[in-house]
Design a protein around this ligand. Structure first.
Ligand SMILES: [Zn+2]
Length: 141
């Protein structure tokens, strides 16, 4: 098995021979060992992301949760809308981490990881939009 795989989340073509470049999109292709090594990094990255953001939510929950319900709390100075938007952003970031971990696990198993990789990118974009929305709302006050 000297198949090489294109890791682009929007391509994922297989190169039957040891082609260094994807025949479909021109990006680099990777052999099974390289994909497994990248999969390990992705699993680790996903777990760290989910763990760090999960810890932030864990410590901030007692202030953020009532703030999201519109109650005034000392630990959060934003509005209820901003608290809800932040919680959405954190949730999206944790799910991004879980998707990265799933993607890495699939790469370790030598399978295509396009679906969880795409999901991770969409979730990450959603988290960024939510954070920007929150910042814009805070500056608008
Ligand atoms: Zn490709």
């Amino acid at each position: 098995m000297d198949d090489r795989i294109c890791l682009s989340p929007f391509c994922g073509a297989r190169a039957p021979h040891a082609l260094p470049r994807c025949p479909a999109c021109g990006r680099p292709t990777f052999g099974r060992d390289q994909i497994a090594a990248r999969g390990r990094h992705l699993v680790l990255l996903g777990l760290i992301l989910a763990g760090v953001v999960g810890t932030v939510v864990w410590f901030w929950w007692s202030a953020l949760h009532p703030a999201a319900a519109g109650q005034p709390v000392s630990g959060f100075r934003g509005t209820g809308f901003e608290a809800r938007t932040l919680l959405f952003a954190f949730t999206a970031l944790i799910l991004t981490g879980i998707c990265f971990t799933a993607s890495g696990a699939m790469m370790l198993a030598g399978r295509s990881s396009r679906t969880p990789t795409r999901a991770a990118l969409i979730l990450f974009a959603a988290a960024l939009v939510a954070i920007v929305t929150c910042l814009a709302s805070a500056y608008g006050r």
